[in-house]
Design a protein around this ligand. Structure first.
Ligand code: A3D
Length: 320
């Protein structure tokens, strides 16, 4: 059986980490694409030279031409610019929207059958625009955010409780902004919901609220520490989990920005919700019942996404 082909559009911090993880996990051969000449070639060669040490087989190719992504099974998009301290994700909209147009046209021409994962920010608007520019069916394109946001929450929780991250599950929905919606009721340690753990004295409501807030601002925390860019290890790991679920038909239930057609009362937007990812891409959208306060938080988050999409339509009237 031929190896799968994974195209990475953008070979910066996240793109390079994705390329390394694809090799370490032997998910397939990699095309690293970037407008910056030499970067994808250099990173590809460096990782290929690590393969004999780590013992994995994968071919790496650096590319500046979209023709090189032809026939890709999975395309992961990180092309664009990241945040610097003092910037919000929304400040990136104008420049990254133009990048999505170029990337979308490349995918439309050379990889129309791929499963596409968008990471470029502002995430929920960029994945929406990328779907329009690429013409991909809605089940074949998703945005990565919820897996990362829940991984951050899981890390904080595991640290607080002194338990394995493997036994902590977390549920974070909504747009990928500071008003995302961590649902504590659906977040557990070995199946025990967080509100029960508060009652059991494992933590206090104040500490739990602080962890929720830290999760919401988790991206900014890293930007302020790094000063020159944004998080890349955890974002890359999160997108790889999504790609792996597709490539291996694992049918994992993962929170992703998916195209909604009425679910959660949202129509025509990409918003973070739990989905099942398998060989057909988005195979199911899981719709949970919200409590009144959760519904209000979700609606606020959706309003932010609507605002971003409206801004895209203003910048590029073709999208309206
Ligand atoms: P960075 O290291 O700057 O890499 C971006 C790469 O894109 C650079 O190598 C650029 O040369 C390249 N690029 C720019 N324009 C084009 C183009 N037209 N075609 C092809 N390549 C191009 O950034 P990064 O890897 O740290 O982050 C990439 C994106 O992911 C940014 O928009 C971040 O804001 C975003 N991001 C999203 C999350 C989410 O959770 C959604 C998390 C972290 C970062």
């Amino acid at each position: 059986m031929a190896r799968k082909k994974i195209a990475l559009i953008g070979s910066g911090q996240i793109g390079g980490t994705l390329a390394h993880l694809v090799g370490l996990k032997e998910l397939g051969d990699v095309v690293l694409f970037d407008i910056a000449e030499g970067i994808p070639q250099g990173k590809g060669l460096d990782i290929a030279e690590s393969a004999p040490v780590d013992g994995f087989d994968a071919r790496y190719k650096g590319a500046q031409e979209y023709a090189d992504i032809a026939g890709a099974d999975v395309v992961i998009v990180t092309a664009g610019v990241p945040r610097k301290p003092g910037m919000s994700r929304d400040d990136l909209i104008e420049i990254n929207l133009k990048v999505m147009q170029a990337v979308g046209e490349g995918i439309r021409t050379y990889a129309p059958d791929a499963f596409v994962i968008c990471i470029t920010n502002p995430l929920d608007a960029m994945v929406w625009a990328l779907q329009k520019f690429s013409g991909l069916p809605a089940n074949k394109i998703v945005g990565m955010a919820g897996v990362l946001d829940s991984a951050r929450f899981r890390h904080f929780l595991a640290d607080e409780f002194g338990v394995s991250v493997q036994d902590v599950t977390a549920f974070v929905l909504g747009g990928h902004g500071d008003d995302m919606v961590p649902l504590v009721r659906y977040s557990t340690v070995a199946g025990i919901p967080l509100p029960d753990l508060v009652k059991m004295g494992w933590t206090t409501q104040e500490k739990l609220d602080a962890m929720v807030e830290r999760t919401r601002k988790g991206g900014g925390e890293i930007v302020n520490l790094l000063k020159t860019g944004s998080a890349f290890y955890a974002p890359a790991a999160s997108a790889i989990a999504m790609a792996e679920s597709y490539l291996k038909d694992k049918k994992r239930v993962l929170p992703c920005a998916a195209h909604l057609t009425g679910q959660y009362g949202v129509d025509g937007l990409f918003v973070g919700v739990p989905i099942v990812i398998g060989e057909n891409g988005v195979e199911r959208i899981v719709e949970v019942e919200f409590a009144a306060d959760e519904k209000a938080m979700f609606e606020k988050s959706v309003a932010s996404v609507t605002g971003l999409v409206d801004a895209c339509k203003k910048i590029n009237p073709e999208l309206a």
